[in-house]
Design a protein around this ligand. Structure first.
Ligand code: ADP
Length: 268
């Protein structure tokens, strides 16, 4: 690979320790490089699929003079859908690459409860359309040091999934509490009574482009990037995210952030 420089020194002296450190660093760089390469290759693949469909649809219209207007209409509308899909993927890819520590400078104290209510308002039409009930239980004063747009995206992705992968008549329960031994952790829990995630898929669910059911995700306008954005954003804010299946069926996501306290000054 690109980082194949290895140093070999025998003996437990300082030089040997340095060599160990150097070799470890090389391994880490190699992993980063591999992750980056896989990401580019996965992304290209995801972009190629809609592009190939657009190509195929335009070719059939162009090569078929006598095509009836209804079919042409149908094909053009399919082209529009594929173009929309490309837009969604590129927007999310951009969102992922924008997530770097440079954003830390624009942070402020964000009321997570307020953000959750905003997301609820945004999702109400969709939830009504699929007959899913959203209910929120929010403790006051759950503030974190963050960029509000980033936290909005985290709550939105989790709550939208909970609606999208639900069943008619199902429920989404969102709760926000302060937890931890010192009460200095903000816990956002998004639970649903939906289709659930098979046990063996749970560890892979935060990977880029990973979808349990490609067809269902595609039909719901999914890209497989929503949860990677959640994971990266949460980590960037010093938090963590976990997922588990609910015993009564459905899924439960938990996000933990360090609580922001006025007296602590600006950074948590
Ligand atoms: P997508 O754009 O496909 O929704 P995500 O990264 O948000 O991508 O989610 C990845 C996959 O995880 C989804 O395709 C779906 O299979 C599964 N998933 C996410 N949230 C839920 C949920 N609440 N219930 C069941 N499956 C879910």
């Amino acid at each position: 690979g690109q980082y194949s420089h290895r140093v070999s020194v025998s003996g437990r002296d300082e030089l040997a320790l340095l060599a160990d450190e150097f070799n470890e660093l090389t391994d880490r760089l190699q992993t980063t490089e591999e992750v980056r390469r896989r990401f580019v290759s996965d992304a290209s693949h995801e972009l190629k699929t809609p592009l190939a469909s657009i190509r195929l649809l335009t070719d059939s219209i162009l090569q078929n003079d006598g095509m009836d207007p209804d079919t042409v209409q149908e094909f053009v509308s399919d082209i529009g859908e594929e173009a929309e899909r490309l837009t969604r993927i590129t927007e999310k890819l951009l969102a992922l690459t924008r997530l770097d520590s440079g954003r830390a400078v624009a942070r402020a104290a964000v009321d997570v409860g307020g953000v959750a209510r905003k997301v609820e308002r945004m999702l109400t039409p969709l939830a009504r359309a699929v007959n899913v009930t959203l209910s929120l239980t929010l403790e006051e004063g759950c503030r974190i040091w963050a960029l509000e747009d980033d936290i909005y995206q985290v709550a939105f992705n989790l709550m939208e999934n909970a609606v999208k992968y639900n069943l008619p008549g199902g429920q989404v329960l969102v709760s926000l509490t302060k937890t931890g031994p010192a009460g200095d952790t903000v816990l956002l829990r998004v639970e649903d009574t939906g289709v659930g995630i098979p046990e063996e898929d749970l560890p892979k669910i935060f990977d880029r482009f990973y979808r349990v059911d490609k067809a269902r995700s595609r039909a719901a306008g999914g890209t497989g990037l929503g949860l990677s954005i959640v994971r990266d954003t949460v980590r960037l804010h010093g938090g963590s995210v976990s997922v588990r299946g609910r015993a009564e069926k459905g899924t439960c996501f938990e996000v933990r952030f360090p609580l922001w306290r006025e007296e602590k000054g600006e950074t948590p």
